[in-house]
Design a protein around this ligand. Structure first.
Ligand code: AMP
Length: 189
């Protein structure tokens, strides 16, 4: 059976979003990106958006309570009952614990945590390229540096959490989109 309850873990620019969208197509389960949801909240001017905005622009993580609320609400939607691809959540130990507790309450288990590894020079180059194409307000050099730092300090340690729970698969994220997609596909079998 192909795994359908997935988490993509990796630094900013590792290609999580691109791969999550492909998996959404091939597996028929939704991509759940807290980054996309927060950007929508900012654009709509909602209370969540007003709270999240300054953190996002600076490249800092949005407070756990805000993000956990957003992610939980999304995971409870009916379309996530058959599976999901978490992209950019969880990013802290508290978020990982909240996710574990929620999935336990829902009576389901995370089947894979795919950790995508890319070296840092390549990441910065990718992010600066994306900044030109997409014009994201957090793709300037200072914010990029802060996002990397946040990842290293707060998110990278989650690799151990998912290794301990036996769902971790580490894959090489260098190379083109197709090659990475193939490695992920193999990790789901
Ligand atoms: P992303 O598109 O996933 O890179 O997220 C963009 C920004 O949204 C991040 O730099 C954070 O400011 C915020 N964000 C997204 N997901 C989370 C999360 N799980 N925890 C905290 N902040 C988040």
């Amino acid at each position: 059976m192909t795994a359908r309850r997935l988490l993509l873990l990796g630094p900013p620019g590792a290609g999580k979003g691109t791969q999550a969208k492909r998996l959404e197509e091939s597996l028929g389960v939704p991509q759940i990106s807290t980054g996309d949801m927060l950007r929508q909240a900012v654009a709509s001017g909602s209370a969540v958006g007003r709270e999240a905005r300054s953190y996002m622009d600076a490249g800092k993580l949005v407070p756990d309570a805000v993000v956990i609320g957003v992610a939980e609400q999304r995971l409870r939607q009916p379309d996530a009952s058959r599976g999901f691809i978490l992209d950019g959540f969880p990013r802290t130990g508290a978020q990982a614990e909240a996710l574990d507790a929620l999935l336990a309450r829902l009576g389901v288990e995370l089947e894979r945590c795919i950790s995508i590894q890319v070296d840092e020079d390549e990441l910065v180059e990718r992010l600066l390229r994306r900044a030109e194409i997409e014009g994201r307000s957090d793709d300037n050099e200072q914010a990029i540096r802060t996002r990397m730092e946040e990842y290293r300090r707060k998110t990278q340690p989650l690799v151990d959490h998912y290794r301990a729970s036996g769902v971790l698969v580490e894959i090489e994220g260098m190379g083109d989109v197709e090659a990475v997609a193939k490695r992920i596909q193999e990790a789901l079998a």
